[in-house]
Write a protein that binds this ligand. Structure first.
Ligand code: GCB
Length: 600
């Protein structure tokens, strides 16, 4: 699925700004049929929950409505006109004037509708978008809605981040010609000094015989390095400058469709030439062992919730660079595509995760709810849940397959991998992901109850990703025992599987400003010492290929007695101020960066 881009044959308008907004309770039964009777205005992109000082909006469960009008530019006559919603969390429905044009379930990936027949160039059109935040057993992520004695509906969910909702990413109107490049799939590889770029173009709208394609690959200086006149071609680049961690070198693939001498459509796709492979206990990028240094993150900030913001994005990348981080995981859902574009350009390595978080009733404690029940049953996470999950994998790979920064797909976060039912649930999803993208390794983030001796699914994957909290949820305050348990477990994994091990979560809640000379959980010193203890263990175990701390920054969660205004495991506060551990980590990671020591 191509990202909309303006160019010589295409136009693009972002419909960002203030939209009329109403909760379903305050809106007419068919809000799309006329102007929304409301004075409330809501910014797009932003989650709606924290923008107004209104508890009803903050806690609302169900549909909300956004509406605005837009003039379709006069020059768009004859073009194919598409309306695209980058994300509607978790279900979206779009009306153009009185007509429904598209409906989509899944909160973190784009969907679009060809609205050419619904609009007239030069005239105004009313766009109404309904967004529903309800989660059920059969959505990804899952949840359940309950109705209290007060008649108020409440959303329960098993993930440890606030269920922000609304239009947190851009809404766009764009054109293509009627004969157009619908999709491009690029897979790159490296053979000695030669860069290999396999391209498949999906062209639509004309008879294949009438569409003559031209592929032109240029380097960053604009010099042509390879061409082809096929919709499926292998381009080879001698002495190619590669996309590398820390050096986001990009080529450009120009795809043109010709009718005679006329270019009817043209699309420029950034391409990073690189290879990714797993060999034994090594994760290789361009044939070199890569050691991940970085974070699990969230899209989260005050007021805008999960709303995408370029200033915040650039700042987060700047802080990661300041620390010497080279990678992050898009925990626990796909991020705005602008984040991947930025990572591509700046050589930051990304593990791209589906929204499949919370498929685990076995986890006890207040964070995740439940405890001790089976997860993969017809009553809980069943075939329909898996269908929704498969859909999220399809859409994730469709959107992100061409990003060189994405080196691995993470199909789930902390599912119950100890149950018999987990394997029949996982297997078809792994098969699907491999079929859709044979070029990238697969992983899932494992929780502590499924260890090397009882995890039923890890052999299906290429990389073992572990989330561990010895010294926090277990052995609280005892870093000596925590380190010993961690080491024993990591050695067990390394002994049992010939696969790389990546720590995708470890960390402690830390109140910025709380200091202690004692071993004091929640203090800044404890977070620093905890991380030091973990790193000393990683440095002893060869199979460990990376460390991604939980979390980059403090983030909002649902209210709960073990969360004080959210999860405080950030190395930065929610407003991105460093805790003591940020400085300690910076010392470790910038030293590793300076020596180029990518392996432990
Ligand atoms: C986890 C989850 C993450 C939580 C974290 C925590 O294992 O993957 O979503 O936020 O633990 O802080 O408890």
């Amino acid at each position: 699925m191509l990202k909309p881009r303006a160019g010589t044959t295409r136009d693009l308008i972002d419909l960002d700004g203030l939209w009329a907004f109403a909760l379903s309770d305050d809106a007419p039964a068919e809000p799309w049929m006329s102007s929304l009777p409301t004075s409330v205005e809501m910014p797009v992109p932003a989650s709606y929950n924290d923008v107004l000082a209104d508890q009803r909006v903050h806690d609302h469960v169900g549909w909300v409505w956004y509406q605005r009008t837009v003039f379709v530019p006069r020059g768009w006559d004859g073009a194919r006109i598409v309306l695209r919603v980058e994300a509607a969390t978790h279900e979206g429905v779009v009306y153009v004037d009185d007509t429904e044009v598209v409906r989509h379930v899944g909160g973190y990936l784009p969907f679009e509708a060809d609205i050419t027949d619904r609009v007239t160039a030069g005239e105004e059109v009313r766009i109404t978008i309904g967004v529903n935040n309800e989660l059920t057993n059969e959505t990804i992520p899952p949840g359940a809605v309950t109705t209290g004695p007060d008649g108020v509906r409440r959303q329960m969910y098993r993930h440890d981040f606030y269920n922000y909702a609304g239009l947190a990413r851009s809404v766009r109107l764009y054109t293509t010609p009627t004969v157009f490049v619908r999709d491009i799939t690029v897979v790159t590889d490296v053979d000695a000094l030669t860069g290999i770029v396999d391209v498949v173009v999906d062209a639509q709208g004309g008879e294949p015989a009438d569409i003559v394609p031209r592929l032109t690959l240029t380097d960053a200086a604009g010099d042509v390095v390879a061409t082809a006149d096929e919709t499926a071609a292998r381009l080879e680049v001698a002495n190619a400058r590669l996309w590398q961690p820390g050096d986001g070198y990009l080529h450009t693939l120009r795809v043109e469709l010709f009718d005679g001498d006329t270019v009817v459509d043209r699309y420029d796709l950034p391409v990073g030439i690189r290879s990714v492979r797993v060999e034994g206990q090594r994760f290789l990028i361009n044939g070199e062992p890569f050691y991940f240094r970085g974070f699990g993150k969230h899209e989260d900030s005050a007021v805008r919730g999960k709303g995408h913001d370029d200033a915040l994005m650039v700042h987060d990348f700047a802080l990661m660079k300041w620390m010497g981080a080279n990678s992050f995981r898009t925990a626990h859902y796909p991020y705005d595509e602008a984040v991947l574009d930025y990572a591509d350009r700046h050589g930051i390595v990304v593990i791209d995760e589906t929204p499949a978080v919370g498929l685990n009733l076995g986890l006890g404690g207040g964070v995740h709810g439940g405890g001790g029940q089976l997860s993969f049953t017809p009553e809980m996470f069943n075939d329909r849940t898996r269908d929704a999950h498969a859909q999220s994998i399809r859409e994730l790979i469709a959107r992100d397959k061409n990003h060189p920064s994405v080196v691995m797909w993470c199909l789930l976060n902390e599912p119950d991998a100890t149950e018999d039912g987990s394997r029949p649930y996982f297997q078809p999803l792994v098969d699907l992901a491999r079929e859709l993208d044979p070029s990238r390794p697969l992983t899932y983030a494992n929780e502590f109850r499924a260890s090397f001796d009882n995890d039923r699914v890890v052999d299906l994957f290429d990389v073992i990703c572990l989330n561990r909290y010895y010294g926090w949820y277990q052995n609280t305050g005892d870093l000596v025992t925590a380190a010993a348990r961690l080491e024993e477990e990591l050695r067990g994994w390394a002994r049992t599987y010939d696969k790389p091990i990546l720590m995708t979560e470890y960390g402690t809640d830390t109140v910025a400003g709380l200091h202690s000379v004692l071993v004091q959980p929640w203090s800044e010193e404890y977070q620093r010492d905890f991380l030091d203890a973990y790193h000393a263990v990683f440095d002893k175990i060869d199979a460990v290929v990376g460390e991604q701390i939980w979390n980059f920054a403090d983030f909002q969660t649902s209210a709960g007695i073990i969360r004080v205004d959210g999860n405080k495991k950030g190395v930065f506060t929610r407003d991105r101020r460093p805790k003591a551990s940020a400085h300690a980590l910076r010392a470790r990671w910038t030293a590793a960066e300076a020596t180029g020591s990518e392996t432990s």
